[in-house]
Write a protein that binds this ligand. Structure first.
Ligand code: CTP
Length: 404
């Protein structure tokens, strides 16, 4: 499974401590985890590790001043842009000097100005000698920075550069990565939440070799499952016959074939879930009698009597306790009115409206164009997007409505 850090933009601020040599390996580990890395350094940090090493490993230029003094065409190194670029910043090693400047708003170098401009989470990994670490002034600095919302990655005990033994060593690069991963995972908006999703078509048997089905690929529901899992949820995906593969540690796939099988699985899972999303294209009818043997053709026309399947979503609406319930409506005419009626009739909190009149929306495509209608019957219309992006929009709306 990819690391939660994969795809993240990481800004590393290096200050002048002996542990700066370990930042080469920290940069490598971030890159290996799939992150994009940029480095800023204090001028003095360049005595401990070269910008060339860090720019080579990070595949990005490394800056330590507001402009490059040796280059007469030098451009301004924009600390605001750097701060806004990052998903998170980590100051490592963080010396007592830099930490105290961060705590007092001093910005006499590029790293400090970038820290003050950053709107993202900031981690700091202190590195100093044990008496400096223990000093009340340092403790007050740690406290002040934490009161700003900065996150401290505690130093480790061991032999220090001075030869003394005690706390003050910068956490090892692997420990830093592990700490940040756990911190991000622990703060995900759906951490500890159970999400139930139905997806794909259902097949209703006519005889042992034939069925009534539909063209649903299951893609929209699978993307919803992935989006929920990436937000920290534990996902149960009740999936009708689909050729798509699902591979995610936090998604339990429960394969089903017919509407009845899907209903039985949903009944077992519904009570304990926090959010339920019904994206499956469930057959509304099934053959009343299923032949035991393959039906032989004759010269006469052939009639199959159909009976209604259980409306699974309607059952969920009728049995709703604290669940947040989301349904889909695929419409070809009077779209908004039909979708609103379904939302009310099935006791939903949100309905996702697909119109088959929109190009690029619907069953077989990789894209979708949806409108979201909430319980107050307010509508938000979205552009044509990939189904993965639509899934993120849907969860943003769910989280927003649940927080309201
Ligand atoms: N649904 C369900 N169980 C069924 C049928 C539908 O859970 N037996 C769910 C779908 O997953 C979807 C929503 O209900 O979330 C669709 O509502 P529905 O009223 O069935 O719409 P259509 O299937 O489009 O049917 P129609 O417009 O003909 O009423």
């Amino acid at each position: 499974m990819p690391s939660i850090i994969s795809g993240k933009k990481v800004l590393i601020g290096v200050t002048a401590g002996i542990a700066a040599y370990k930042i080469a390996s920290l940069v490598r580990l971030f890159i290996k985890s799939g992150a994009e890395v940029k480095v800023v350094m204090t001028p003095a940090a360049k005595d401990f590790v070269t910008p060339l090493t860090l720019s080579t490993l990070s595949k990005n230029p490394v800056h330590s001043s507001f402009y490059n003094e040796e280059d007469e065409n030098a451009e301004w190194n924009n600390h605001v842009e750097l701060g806004l670029w990052a998903d998170f910043m980590i100051i490592a090693p963080a010396t007592a000097n830099t930490l105290s400047k961060m705590a007092t708003g001093n910005s006499d170098n590029l790293l400090l100005a970038t820290y003050l401009s950053a709107k993202c989470s900031v981690y700091f990994a202190p590195a100093m000698d044990l008496d400096m670490y223990k000093h009340p002034s340092t403790a007050a600095t740690f406290q002040k920075l934490q009161s700003f919302g900065d996150i401290m990655i505690p130093s480790e005990s061991g032999e220090l550069a001075s030869g003394l033994i005690g706390q003050g060593r910068m956490a090892e690069p692997a420990t830093i990565i592990d700490f940040i991963e756990k911190d991000i995972l622990g703060k995900l908006p759906l951490k500890g939440q159970k999400v139930l999703i139905t997806a794909g078509p259902t097949y209703e048997a006519i005889d042992p070799v034939r069925f009534i089905g539909n063209h649903s690929s299951g893609r929209m529901g699978i993307e919803l499952a992935k989006a929920a899992a990436n937000l920290g949820a534990e996902v149960s995906l009740v999936l009708g016959p689909s050729s798509l593969k699902v591979d995610h540690n936090s998604i339990r796939v429960i394969p089903v074939v017919s509407a009845e099988m899907m209903y039985n699985e949903v009944v077992g899972l519904y009570d304990t879930c926090d959010i339920a999303i019904s994206s499956a294209a469930v057959a509304d009818y099934r053959p009343k009698n299923v032949a035991n043997q393959k039906i032989k053709k004759s010269d006469k026309s052939f009639v199959i009597e159909l009976e209604r399947t259980t409306d699974i979503l309607k059952w969920m609406g009728a049995n709703k306790k604290n669940q947040f319930l989301v349904g889909f409506a695929l419409e070809t005419q009077n779209e908004e009115e039909n979708a609103k009626n379904k939302l009310v009739k099935k006791n939903l909190d949100l309905i996702v409206l697909n119109s088959l009149n929109d190009k690029g929306a619907g069953f077989k495509s990789q894209t979708n164009k949806v409108s979201l209608i909430n319980h107050k019957l307010e509508i938000k219309a979205f552009e044509l997007k990939t189904k993965a992006e639509v899934a993120i929009d849907i969860f943003n709306e769910i989280n927003h409505l649940r927080d309201a």
